[in-house]
Write a protein that binds this ligand. Structure first.
Ligand code: ZN
Length: 116
């Protein structure tokens, strides 16, 4: 298991300048991103989790960029979360099947309560 280094939110793209070429423009409005607006949420040895907000249309993407022996790859998605919200979700524990059943049972009970 690798150590997770703390994120460096310094606005630099660090050792992944090639990664930014993959995600050089907004997927929504095609406005070119300014590299200074990339926020690095987490940095590992060969991967970075980044967040970019488009100045033009205010949509944001969160992307994981990784480098391995094959090359550079990225997986990204359009989001309406800002970087603080993403950090909050990352710290939350996973939702288990038991959690889902518990919510379902609570809803069922409250429904029966309303009908009674
Ligand atoms: Zn845009």
């Amino acid at each position: 298991m690798r150590d997770i280094t703390p994120p460096k939110n310094n606005g630099q793209f660090g050792k992944f300048p090639e990664g930014l070429k993959i995600i050089s423009h907004c997927p929504v409005c095609h406005f070119n991103y300014n590299p200074a607006e990339v926020r690095i949420l987490e940095e590992l040895d060969n991967a970075q989790l980044i967040h970019i907000k488009c100045k033009n249309c205010q949509s944001a993407i969160v992307a994981m960029i990784s480098i391995n022996s094959i090359g550079i790859s990225s997986v990204g998605l359009v989001t309406d979360l800002d970087e603080n919200e993403i950090q909050n979700f990352r710290e939350m524990s996973e939702i288990s099947g038991d959690d889902v059943i518990s919510v379902y049972q609570t809803l069922q009970n409250s429904k029966e309560g309303m009908l009674a």
